[in-house]
Design a protein around this ligand. Structure first.
Ligand code: NDP
Ligand code: 8X3
Length: 246
């Protein structure tokens, strides 16, 4: 199969790319960091094909992706995304909010809009979106990040509705706390100590766990559609409805 993985320069996307290549597939891996993509190609060989662009820039996204044969893509993994900040909404940075909307929502929509007509035309394809538990459960400081992942969830559901009668599958994977990626380093803008503290003494999910879920979803026979899959570390559970006293 030919797989397009956005955000393949680190974390989930890099592991997903590695695992698809290891199982004999061809991966088009995207990201802004050309050096990371080139290093991955050196390591993985000709079945890893770098496509470098900023998914927040819709013109750049269209220009980069229309250079490849989109009709050949069997699986799209919409993984590129980020959280910025963990402040309550009234103290959050407006630019951070815009960036999360640009990448997590607009970027994902732009890539999907490019790929979907090709999948429908050949009556075959799988779209795997990387949502989050943050799209299902509110938590302190998640404001626009969580809302962007709620968008991804409902967009996935609505794609399923529109694709009735077509052999194109859509899955929303919704991970909880997952360490070993750059997610918190990005969220805390390079404050690596603060990022590391998030994962202290917790048996968190890993990029391998998420890649395993993606590989499984993609490997199922065409008549099986996993609508959504929420994964949490056993050590994590629902936050509960907290109250303020006094
Ligand atoms: P990483 O920060 O390790 O990876 C994020 C990837 O997204 C990178 O490859 C990055 O590439 C890419 N990306 C970010 N912004 C852009 C952009 N503007 N244009 C192109 N690519 C971009 O994080 P994770 O692997 O942890 O996260 C991957 C996805 O999983 C995200 O959507 C995240 O929201 C989601 N998620 C993460 C969880 C976690 O706990 N880690 C849990 C639930 C969901 P580059 O910087 O080179 O552009
Ligand atoms: C990433 C998981 O809990 O930081 O989406 O929102 S969380």
């Amino acid at each position: 199969m030919n797989i397009l993985v956005t955000g393949a320069t680190s974390g989930f996307g890099e592991q997903i790319a590695r695992d698809f290549v290891a199982t004999g597939h061809t991966v088009y891996g995207t990201g802004r960091r050309a050096d990371r993509l080139a290093a991955l190609q050196d390591e993985l060989g000709e079945r890893f094909l770098p496509v470098c662009f900023d998914v927040a820039d819709s013109e750049a996204t269209v220009a980069a992706l229309t250079k490849i044969d989109l009709s050949a893509i069997d699986v799209l993994v919409n993984n590129a995304g980020l959280a910025l900040g963990l402040e309550p909404a009234h103290r959050a940075d407006s630019t951070d909010w815009q960036t999360m909307i640009d990448v997590n929502i607009k970027g994902l929509v732009t890539v999907t809009h490019l790929l979907l007509p090709h999948m429908v035309a050949k009556n075959s394809g799988t779209i795997i979106n990387i949502g989050s538990t943050a799209g299902n459960h509110p938590y302190f400081g998640a404001n626009v990040y969580g809302a962007s992942k709620a968008f991804v969830k409902q967009f996935s559901n609505n794609l399923r509705a529109d694709l009735l009668g077509v052999r194109v599958r859509v899955t929303n994977i919704e991970p909880g706390l997952c360490g070993g990626t750059e997610f918190s380093n990005v969220r805390f803008k390079g404050d690596d100590d603060k990022a590391a503290a998030v994962y202290e003494q917790v048996a968190y999910l890993t990029a391998q766990d998420i890649s395993n879920a993606v590989q499984w979803v993609a490997s199922l026979p065409w008549h099986v559609n996993i609508n959504s899959m929420e994964l949490m570390p056993t050590a994590q559970t629902y936050a509960g409805l907290t109250v303020a006293r006094g």
